[in-house]
Design a protein around this ligand. Sequence first.
Ligand SMILES: *Cc1c(COP(=O)(O)O)cnc(C)c1O
Length: 386
Amino acid sequence: MEKVYLDYSATTPLDPRVLEAMLPYFQEKFGNPSSIHRFGQQAESAVETAREITAGVLNCKAEEIIFTSCGSESDNLALRGAALAIREKTGANQILTSRAEHHAVSKTAEQLERYFGFEVKWLDLDPFGRVDPAVVKKAINEKTALVSVMAANNEIGTINPIPEIGEICRHNRVIFHSDAVQAATYLPLDVEHMKVDLLSLGGHKFYGPKGVGALFVRSGTPLLPVLTGGGQEFGLRAGTQNVPYIVGFAEALRLAQSEREKRSAQVSLLRDRIIGSILEEIPDSRLTGDPKDRLPQHASFVFKNVDGNLLLTLLDAAGYACSSGSACKTGNPEPSEVMAAIGLSREWGLGSLRVTLGSGTTPEQISAFLQVLPGLVNQARSLGGK
Ligand SMILES: *Cc1c(COP(=O)(O)O)cnc(C)c1O
């Protein structure tokens, strides 16, 4: 049986060209970028080239790029680092963030509230899961230290109006962070156009390695390091740089930028076929997220009275690796926060399915998938006994 991977929003395989670029830095060019000697210089020059490539894609200065260990760390550094530094500077102690953020943002915000005395205001979503700029405009005030709104949602694929939200933050002189970890493969990442002060990226969502990320920090943005120690990364992130992974991160990002249109065109046709077919063939099914402003590789649904985890198990047994939006705990399945935030009841929200495409997806795989899915949804419905 062919195993078909339809979960590219969870992670992507490493592009062979990226692996090629990384390999010399494991053994032959193994130096520590902080060392004075030529081994160190060679490693430092690789890191600085990677920084320039990354800055080129983001349309910023090289010294505005901080390499981290993952997208989650970038989010942590952005939120915790900026919140603490801004409060020290201005006294502002409120964080505005959306109800659809990745846990790397939402759990960090919750910790800042519970243990560090910040106040968190959760921005409501529209039924497509989008943060309306008018909601930000209404909520922002002189106590706001930081606004954090993701560029594109991992569960439901919705793209947020980042430049408009950025404009509101700028007008109010409030620092604006966006988690672009999910957006990076398919959306342009120009930080001037997006009007962001902080932007998070993670390598493994765009065919780079796992365990490496980056944070754009606009010059002048107050930021306290979260990882203290040596002076690496302009004193904002201590620890010897992971040279091969940073090289791989930059090469993968460069390829994502140069092949963006080609990759989008390849997946979006298949995505539209999936959406059309599922909504037509499967009773009591709905698309989640924005029908128009959504990531080109991303199709997400809910099925009424279906246990999403059961459906995933049936799909896996049939050879298809998909995902659900909900982070269900065994024994106590709850719909994810995002399902509730877009107004779905429990009987709908528990039955979520996310199908995300990528470089290895073929039309034949999608045809076969669409053949088996209606039967499996039926099966999950009758087994679920609801
Ligand atoms: C995957 C993801 C993250 C976390 O990135 P890691 O590199 O896995 O830590 C954060 N935010 C979003 C939107 C993501 O999709």
